[in-house]
Design a protein around this ligand. Sequence first.
Ligand SMILES: Cc1cc2nc3c(=O)[nH]c(=O)nc-3n(C[C@H](O)[C@H](O)[C@H](O)COP(=O)(O)OP(=O)(O)OC[C@H]3O[C@@H](n4cnc5c(N)ncnc54)[C@H](O)[C@@H]3O)c2cc1C
Length: 409
Amino acid sequence: MSDRYETDVLVVGSGPAGALIANLLVRRGVNVLLAEKGSDIERNFRGETIAARSVLTLRELGFGPKLASHGFVELEGISFWEKGKNIMSMDYRRFPIDALPIDIPQPAMIGAFNDSSAAYPNFKLLMGYQFTSLIEEGDAIKGARLEGPDGQILEVRSRLVIAADGRFSLVRKASGLKVKITPMERDFVWFKFPRPSGWAHESQLVVKKDRHLVILPTFPDLLRIGYNLPKKGFGDARKQGIAAFRDSISDLDPRLKDLVNQHIQSWNDTSFLEIFTAEVDQWSRDGLLLIGDASHTATPILGQGVNLALQDTIYFAPVIEEALKNSTGPLPSTALEPTANVRRAHKAMVTKFQRLQEANLAQSSALGTMMRRARMRLLNLNPAKYRLMDKVMNAPHNMPMEALHGRVA
Ligand SMILES: Cc1cc2nc3c(=O)[nH]c(=O)nc-3n(C[C@H](O)[C@H](O)[C@H](O)COP(=O)(O)OP(=O)(O)OC[C@H]3O[C@@H](n4cnc5c(N)ncnc54)[C@H](O)[C@@H]3O)c2cc1C
């Protein structure tokens, strides 16, 4: 490959957001170069839950058979446990939406997107290429420089650079767009082990004072478990040792004792996740757009990160296609920001809910935990809980259908 390349759109990062926006654009006849820094798309600890709205969207886009042939776990509900008692539960089958959330490893989903894109001559994928800097002329962005696997620099000229490079986005940093990072009070450690037979296909939150476990049934027959730690507390946990870590999990949920002892042998069996939210007031400059975690990192509560990332692409694909046709040179920010406003409202609603939940879960005093139990019990008795959760979990409810129809493969 020469050291210069020209395309309509350069997408940086082949996560859920980057791989799907690339696919939706190539279907629309746009020339796309997708650059991913990893040499493959394997990833073990990432968002694997796809919310029901995105499941419907992916079916509509024609990905249903591919995802089904890989296999996934359908999540039928959620329950909240304290002191060994189930104090709140919800059956997802009662939501007014024709799908359940599914759990599927990210490589399977991203692979489906990239395989579909590979059938189009206007698509090019570069694995092992990482973004290094933007090409700026005047106030506009006219492409980016990528470093290839052997250290070679590739200069890519494009009318739009899409930053889909995740929660620590370097493109966002290089763009100068302002980001507000708000750390949550706690961080997370993730681990996985085999799912006991008969374990319900539901997400469980197990709480003891200000400690909690999120237990998710994961494909093919695993449990994926997130355990909260005090902010920056991973260092302390490591100092206390893996045996103390195992004991604290078993203390929180005695059902897990044997599994934890058998499968968590070292810190290599765990993955640390720093929890913060990122909010960006402006997602674009002339010639540049941020999507997915690069524009709006969320917390793991209710597993909305992948949903937000996928829905960004649905909204932006037709807008980008139109703007490419109706302008010359770098895509104007004015064509992108109205859609960014719509997407920011979705993210803001999710973040508001997640902050309330985080405050609820962080209660440690006797009074605070008693009030939490009372709130959860009241919520459990209130049929309006389905309306409330549907609003957050199954958003957006007013999807632009033109994004889904037209050139569906
Ligand atoms: C441990 C963990 C557990 C999570 N659990 C959940 C969950 O249960 N449910 C949920 O919905 N969300 C969860 N999330 C969040 C979810 O994974 C993200 O919201 C989602 O993956 C965002 O998609 P994205 O495409 O925007 O970014 P990412 O998935 O982060 O993808 C970004 C891509 O860009 C690439 N990249 C980065 N820098 C560069 C560069 N300089 N040049 C080129 N490529 C680059 C990366 O290699 C990556 O492939 C979790 C995240 C983590 C880390």
